[in-house]
Ligand binder design. Structure first.
Ligand SMILES: CC[C@@H](C(=O)O)C(=O)SCCNC(=O)CCNC(=O)[C@H](O)C(C)(C)COP(=O)(O)OP(=O)(O)OC[C@H]1O[C@@H](n2cnc3c(N)ncnc32)[C@H](O)[C@@H]1OP(=O)(O)O
Ligand SMILES: [Co+2]
Length: 133
């Protein structure tokens, strides 16, 4: 695992939250993207070297819809940049973490992604991200 790639924030209304984060950072989202397989609409902001991903649910079975129901809006996951997502997932599995998808999935912003169950990471959902070259 290398640096933090992004922090994911669950929101109820993406457009309303875009306005809040645009005011916060003084610059608009550089990208909006729907990822149907995850049941989310996303927007991305850069602030210096840091990336923030806002996520709104697009259906009631989405992980974001469930999270909002249980915990409300707020930080949903921390994503780490990895060079090789398959070998890093394997390493983490061998260390005892529960890898939720051993076959990486296509995420947003040109990434392959895999998740570690928050029950094995002190209650924090961890996303691994490998850039698709
Ligand atoms: C846009 C693509 C991608 C990107 O490119 O960046 C994304 O970021 S996609 C983000 C959305 N996708 C995911 O989150 C996929 C991974 N998540 C999951 O597979 C599930 O959400 C889960 C973590 C396995 C939980 O699912 P499930 O067991 O069905 O939900 P429950 O609501 O019953 O929760 C069980 C348990 O886990 C706690 N929980 C759930 N989500 C989180 C979270 N984000 N952070 C911390 N804890 C979480 C939940 O509170 C429950 O705890 P207990 O009540 O104590 O049992
Ligand atoms: Co993410």
């Amino acid at each position: 695992m290398r640096k933090i790639e992004h922090i994911g924030i669950a929101v109820k209304d993406l457009q309303a939250s875009n306005l809040i984060f645009e005011k916060l950072f003084g610059a608009p989202a550089y990208k909006e993207e729907e990822v149907a397989s995850e049941g989310v609409k996303t927007s991305f902001f850069m602030n210096g070297p840091n990336k923030i991903e806002l996520l709104e649910a697009t259906n009631p079975d989405s992980p974001i819809a469930k999270f909002l129901e249980k915990k409300g809006e707020g930080i949903h996951h921390i994503a780490f940049d990895v060079e090789d997502i398959v070998s890093e997932s394997e390493r983490l599995k061998n260390e005892g973490f529960t890898v939720l998808n051993e076959i990486p999935k296509k995420g947003a912003d040109n990434k392959l992604v895999a998740f570690l169950h928050p029950k094995t990471t002190n209650g924090v959902l961890i996303e691994l991200c490998q850039e698709i070259k």
